[in-house]
Design a protein. Structure first.
Length: 144
């Protein structure tokens, strides 16, 4: 800034108006997509099991990483089918982890994690709004 003032000081003192260029600072915002929420459910189920000293049937660590990679570019037409399959598989894995954890937890421990289980079930019960398939009509025109 000081260098700019030194270079253009005589022009600045002669003018009455000042032009300023502002830049926008990017924010590190991540949106809660279905896949990210399902991934968090799987991670939290694994964390709860390790806190309680239990072992789940499977950790799905590598599988979840692979499925998350597959669903990243779901908006691209060539990868939409693969991304949808990956999202569906993530939902299946998350539901398996929640059921397995629910089966193995004692009644006291289940009471401690009741709020988390309600949130898990709320996410698992919601349906995602997928774009319509190619060639399907969104509405029917009566005048045609």
């Amino acid at each position: 800034m000081q260098l700019s003032i030194d270079l253009h000081s005589e022009n600045v003192t002669a003018r009455t108006d000042v032009l300023a260029d502002t830049t926008v600072q990017e924010k590190n915002i991540t949106y809660p997509t279905d896949a990210k929420l399902l991934c968090k459910i799987i991670e939290k189920c694994t964390a709860i099991a390790s806190d309680e000293g239990m072992k789940l049937r499977q950790s799905y660590k590598r599988t979840v990483r692979k499925l998350m990679r597959q669903q990243y570019n779901g908006h691209h037409s060539r990868q939409r089918k693969q991304a949808t399959k990956a999202r569906r598989k993530l939902k299946t894995i998350a539901a398996r982890q929640v059921r397995d954890l629910d089966r193995k937890l004692s009644a006291d421990a289940r009471e401690n994690y009741n709020e988390e289980f309600q949130l898990f079930n709320k996410v698992l019960d919601q349906s995602s709004v997928l774009p319509p398939k190619h060639g399907t009509l969104l509405f029917k025109c009566s005048h045609l």
